[in-house]
Design a protein around this ligand. Structure first.
Ligand SMILES: [Zn+2]
Length: 61
């Protein structure tokens, strides 16, 4: 599930979708779909201590 991008950053691979790390508040991290900028995708994942606790939005692609 957790993967490393070719730039060494952490990302989440969920099925055919990939998320990159966004906002981070305490132990909570929000991950945004990589297509957010190119496809206007609004899907996001919230994790707490490496566990997915919430899926928000739907993919547009
Ligand atoms: Zn998406």
């Amino acid at each position: 599930m957790f993967v490393a991008t070719n730039r060494g950053q952490r990302a989440i691979q969920l099925g055919r979708y990939r998320f990159t790390r966004g906002r981070c508040t305490g132990s909570k991290t929000v991950w945004r779909c990589v297509k957010q900028t190119t496809a206007g995708c609004k899907a996001m994942i919230t994790t707490v201590e490496n566990a997915i606790v919430k899926l928000t939005g739907e993919h547009t692609h």
